[in-house]
Design a protein around this ligand. Sequence first.
Ligand code: NA7
Length: 538
Amino acid sequence: MREVQEPQYDAIVIGAGVAGIYQIYRLQELGMSATVLEAADGPGGTWYWNRYPGARFDSESYTYGYSFSKDLLDEWDWSEHFAGQPETLRYLNHVVDKFDLRKHMQFGCKVEGAEFDEDGCFWRVRLEDGREFTGRFLLTAIGMLSAATLPRIEGLDDFEGESWHTYYWPHEPVELAGKRVAVIGTGATGVQVISEIADKVGELTVFQRRPNWCAPLHNDRIDEESLADIKSSYDEIFEICRRNAGGFLHSPDPRKFQDVPREERLELWEKIYAARGFSVWMSNFIDTGINPEANAEYSAFIADKIRSRVNDSDTAELLIPKDHGFGTRRVPLETRYYEAYNRENVHLVDINETPIERITTRGLRTAERDYEFDLIIYATGFDAITGAFDRMNMTGSGGLALRDKWSESPDTLLGMQTSGFPNLLMLSGPQGGSVSTNYPRGIETAVDWISDLLVYMRDHGYRRVEANAEAESSWRQHVQEMYQFQLMSKVKSWFTGYNSNVDGHDVPRLMIYPGGAPRYRERLEEVAANDYEGFHLS
Ligand code: NA7
């Protein structure tokens, strides 16, 4: 009889970002043997990689930190309402050191493949350098926006100047002064970069395919008194986040748009436009994301704000989205973004009018003319949520490739598991809650739920868990119903699975869980209380 091999670890966690850090904290607390494999040479995930100028939170700093340790909350001083990338990376390193987690992490470990070993009931993980690790459970903490995508434009490699995708911005400073710079892409990232560098470069040319609805971040330093207030109200802050659909501090106005006279609507809109962070998106009338009339009127209000901030009326019109309403795609928050276009050295090119034909040795060519640049910045986004899975070549039961299983629809049960992939537990899986909320808030929920599941399995002597196909299909149906209500479901964005730079991602896909965090958590609790119904344990 063949001897059944035992895995090296109870659990392997892939990724040492926000999710991986908290997951390894919980695993070591539970006394499980576990390791974190991380491609980078340090922890931080998103905040390790995204070092581009202007990278910062759109969530209030004090809603982004972990809530699990009072000690940590008390000792960490956020310096700004929306911290910049360096501070966040320092914070995450601080957490790792405070809880002595570094010894459970292995850096420079890029996972190239992972297969489920049916006989041994464990996962075998293969690194790019050939090393292999085995673990009973495989926990993916691989982020939702971690598979960066470059545009599919001819000649990308021909350019002789400097070029970076924002995600891979180098650790060393990039010289900007006096440089001729191109930015391609005007999502949340492009908007931050453009705002930050407009007054630091020689010439800045922005190549825009579709504008987004951007609104002021209203960032500020946190003074001592406010910091003390924040620290004394953490319970309340996290309670507000818990009740909020997106895990943020900003609650909707419970009134419906039609029930409020025009004058009062304007009053609310002025108020939320002047308020911090995502208020402008989330503190609106409750039906703004589902009622086309409400959405159109609010969009018109924001369009006027853009017109009032941009001197040249043709430029202003180019910056106003015409193909989707406010909040139906991710709203980039900005600091003097629109004002950047009032500068003499900033130029906006609509690539629908004059498409980019190719990258050249000295810059790029549009249908109209050649441009010369010293630096090209690709702020062209990510193969969101599923991209990082696809790049890892995962194979489940019977040789089923995850990429194939998800080729049309990335179906999961609660975002936590997908049938055919036993013992694979996803911290930021598609159709789950963590990819749909203020990330750390969703991640704490996911990590806690998965940790409880592992304890339950240990207590009951189970070593295999797999989502049932039927339960998965009813979750899909529920997710679809949640999508249907939302205006965002008709709009192309990563919320709906689109990416023009990836084959097959030109059709709508159910990527997130649009039903809101409280509803999602309720479902998680129900499932756990009913002995993990929908999951087959053996
Ligand atoms: P996004 O939001 O996906 O934005 C990518 C941008 O790049 C967007 O403006 C795209 O235009 C543009 N893009 C992508 N491919 C091309 C090509 N081939 N040519 C021209 N323009 C292109 O990514 P971000 O990094 O900004 O933000 C990601 C998330 O990070 C964000 O939601 C936050 O949660 C944090 P399009 O709109 O598709 O026409």
